[in-house]
Design a protein around this ligand. Structure first.
Ligand SMILES: Nc1nc2c(ncn2[C@@H]2O[C@H](COP(=O)(O)OP(=O)(O)OP(=O)(O)O)[C@@H](O)[C@H]2O)c(=O)[nH]1
Ligand SMILES: [Mg+2]
Length: 315
């Protein structure tokens, strides 16, 4: 056999994912990973190169393997050095690099968008699902694909409720940092605060809004006014309150009913009708809330389904 070579198929400079193509005896490259992954022809698996990075491995044929680490220069450089130390010569890329089929090509194009392991796992399984698919696509498959699209394109979750019930405390607890000002005074939050949160494998933009109330304070009133469009357009609108107050009248305020009712400060009591309750100050009920929000946006049956996901569909 001719010498084993490696070619860098993606450009120099940082990128989401880099692609290195090993041609020849690809076993040496597979042995870079610990443990050595089983990667038969036509499969894509996730491996790990110790002290470097997770690496996607796509076995295009017996003698053709793609290594796809994150695209930072240090990672690519280290991998190339380790391959060269095994006697694998670096050569210029042969372009273009064709995918095995259109399903694999769509999946590869979407890979850099996957922000979590969950998104990556579901995405990696798509070529196999398309190959096994019976061809009978339904409206339900469209809806499921649109929800799965949220794994790549973070949906907006907005929480609305009366002042001083712990909305900002909840955001801080979910994010693990002090992102929003908290105080025992109504009208604490002014400009709404948006943070990207990983909720059990689904990344969302969580919007913490000022407490809804009639107020003489013109700055607070303007802040509330600014937040209303975010509430109207959120992918998931959460109505919140605590045991001492009513649920917010969102249908009157913004013309939209909440998708979920969450009771906060539940250590002080829980209002009737709450779908989920938590006491963020004490870290209680957060896991149940995270699961409820994730499941409302990407249904558990969407993740369990073995039917393929049509990439590009939006909810
Ligand atoms: N007992 C109890 N108090 C809490 C809990 N969460 C928040 N608090 C307290 O409730 C008060 C208000 O908290 P914030 O998070 O500022 O409430 P908010 O809903 O964001 O208030 P606005 O920004 O004014 O709308 C603070 O004193 C918090 O410490 C909780 O789970 N239990
Ligand atoms: Mg607040």
């Amino acid at each position: 056999m001719t010498a084993t070579t490696v070619a860098r198929c993606t450009g120099a400079g940082p990128g989401g994912i880099a692609v290195l193509q090993v041609v020849g005896d690809v076993n040496a490259a597979l042995h870079l990973c610990t443990p050595t992954p089983n990667c038969p022809e036509g499969t894509i698996v996730l491996g790990h190169v110790q002290d470097v990075d997770d690496v996607l491995l796509a076995r295009r044929s017996e003698h053709d393997l793609l290594l796809m680490p994150h695209g930072g220069e240090a990672i690519v450089h280290t991998l190339l050095k380790r391959l060269q130390a095994m006697g694998i010569e670096q050569v210029h890329a042969r372009t273009p690099l064709p995918a095995i089929d259109t399903e694999e090509s769509a999946m590869l194009a979407a890979l850099p968008l996957a922000p979590t392991r969950l998104a990556l796992d579901v995405l990696l399984d798509q070529p196999r699902r398309w190959r096994a698919f019976d061809g009978n696509w339904t409206d339900a498959d469209d809806a499921r694909s649109a929800r799965l699209g949220r794994l790549l394109s973070p949906p907006v979750v907005a929480m609305a409720g009366p002042p001083n019930i712990g909305k900002s405390t909840l955001l801080n607890a979910l994010s693990g940092r002090r992102a929003a000002v908290v105080a025992d005074a109504p009208g604490t939050t002014r400009d709404h605060v948006g943070l990207m949160l990983d909720l059990g494998g689904l990344v969302v933009e969580w919007i913490d809004t000022p407490g809804l109330r009639d107020t003489e304070d013109t700055i607070e009133a303007a802040s509330i006014e600014l937040a209303l469009p975010r509430l109207r357009s959120a992918d998931l609108l959460i109505g919140a309150t605590d045991a001492s107050q009513d649920w917010p009248a969102l249908e009157q305020t913004i013309g939209r009913r909440p998708d979920m009712l969450v009771a906060l400060r539940s250590d002080l009591g829980t209002p009737a009708d709450a779908h989920v309750h938590c006491a963020a100050l004490h870290g209680e009920g957060l896991d149940a809330l995270v699961t409820a929000v994730r499941d409302a946006l990407v249904f558990p049956e969407d993740l369990a389904s073995m039917r393929p996901w049509r990439l590009g569909a939006t909810a």
